[in-house]
Design a protein around this ligand. Structure first.
Ligand code: ADP
Ligand code: MG
Length: 252
């Protein structure tokens, strides 16, 4: 997927405009507007069922929009003519469930998509996979099988696997929610490192301390709408809306 004609890097890399999404008669996104610039890290927080997963999945086209627009580098994601494979390469996503292939080694898991989907050169992919595993501190686990790793280690493999497609934007949907508390931190450190390296990141997270530390902007969603957004210091310390205050009083 090449950027649309007319898109320049000083324009938002991700732009969501008046996005609505219904499942049957139930409208779960009721007009969402978000812009993300290249290199920015934004966090989406909010109660369970407020539409956070639905929202993040519209960004790489996993969930189709009902109305409104989502563009990545100026390209409309929900255009039927868009090359979906190219979009998935450009926008990586990591979920709570890491879904590694159990009968493949760590290295094979990381190499699989570029090899099989993009048909890239094996030597190049292997070199890249090794350097990504080093980056997520798993260089000594290349030949291990997923079941031999902790949850946090498996999640870091999942992140390396996504990065091996060389995305321009990374989406993270509650990637630490299923992990043992002692392995949460190592995954957050990995994401923080990625953010510091300049990767554009959109995160849904329940880790408020992390959101506060890593994000350029935080969006609080409730019942399918963005109730409030702002720099983390402002949103966490001086929330304006009573719903934001109530939510934060429960989770902080
Ligand atoms: P969150 O991630 O904030 O917990 P979700 O985006 O998962 O919220 O869900 C928002 C609402 O949309 C929920 O009421 C959920 O039941 C509903 N929903 C999500 N996915 C589907 C689907 N595929 N079909 C029907 N309803 C769905
Ligand atoms: Mg969710």
């Amino acid at each position: 997927m090449t950027p649309s004609e007319g898109w320049t890097p000083d324009q938002p890399i991700v732009a969501i405009r008046d996005l609505h999404k219904s499942f049957g008669h139930v409208e779960v996104l009721k007009g969402i507007d978000i812009e993300v610039m290249k290199g920015e890290v934004i966090c989406i927080i909010g109660p369970s069922g407020s539409g956070k997963s639905t929202l993040i999945r519209t960004i790489n086209g996993l969930t189709p929009a009902t109305t409104g627009s989502v563009t990545v580098e100026g390209q409309e994601v929900h255009d039927d003519n868009l090359d979906k494979l190219a979009l998935r390469r450009k926008v990586g996503i990591v979920f709570q469930q890491y879904n590694l292939f159990p009968h493949r080694t760590v290295l094979q898991n990381v190499m699989m998509a570029p090899l099989l989907v993009l048909k890239e050169n094996k030597r190049e992919v292997e070199e890249r996979a090794r350097s990504l595993l080093a980056k997520v501190q798993l260089h000594d686990k290349e030949d291990a099988y997923p079941a031999e790793l902790s949850g946090g280690q498996q999640q870091r493999v999942a992140i390396a696997r996504s990065l091996c497609m060389r995305p321009d934007v990374m989406l993270f949907d509650e990637v630490t929610a299923a992990l043992d508390p002692e392995t949460v931190k190592e995954v957050l450190v990995t994401i923080k490192q990625l953010a510091a390296d300049g990767m554009t990141c959109v995160l849904v997270t329940h880790e408020m301390g992390f959101a506060r530390e890593v994000s350029d902007r935080v969006y609080f969603t409730d019942a399918g709408r963005i109730v409030e957004s702002g720099p983390p210091a402002q949103l966490f310390e001086q929330p304006q809306d009573p719903r934001t205050r109530e939510f934060l009083s429960k989770v902080l």
